[in-house]
Design a protein around this ligand. Structure first.
Ligand SMILES: [Zn+2]
Length: 145
């Protein structure tokens, strides 16, 4: 149930095509996207910046912000907001909710059980169309998970 694997997405920078959903993947965008693919812990822009700098020391924070904006605008990643914290970025595009472990602070992606959708568990008027889903559950994971 807790999973960050996202089988359908490319997993390494070398697998990212030169253009994704109409967005030209510049070296910087590719690196930012790759960082998000490799560690799906919903990092902030500053955390992405720190990780990208390991391979690209000359990149600026402004460039990282621009790359993240371009990736969000083209629907390749989602910007997610938790409380009043800085925005975080999520590469998982399948419908999911977030679970924040209160002990570690780590944010996990939770997928729906097979065949279940958000409209099945909420008392919405008939015919309601859900266009966006942003739901965070907080709690404690069982020991050893
Ligand atoms: Zn997520």
């Amino acid at each position: 149930m807790l999973g960050n694997d996202g089988e359908a997405l490319p997993t390494a920078a070398k697998e990212i095509p030169p253009e994704l959903q109409g967005l030209r993947m510049t070296k910087q965008r590719r690196e930012v996207y790759s960082v998000l693919l490799h560690n799906r812990d919903h990092p902030t822009a500053n955390e992405v910046f720190g990780r990208v700098q390991a391979d690209m020391p000359s990149i600026s924070l402004a460039t990282v912000y621009n790359c993240l904006d371009a990736l969000v605008d083209h629907g390749l990643i989602n910007r997610v907001n938790f409380d009043r914290e800085p925005s975080r970025f999520c590469v998982n595009l399948t419908p999911h909710v977030h679970f924040q472990d209160k002990k570690s602070g780590v944010i996990h992606d939770l997928s729906f059980k097979d065949g279940c959708q958000i409209t099945d568990v909420l008392d919405l008027p008939n015919g309601t169309e859900v266009s966006e889903l942003e739901l965070t559950i907080r709690g404690f994971l069982p020991k050893g998970s």
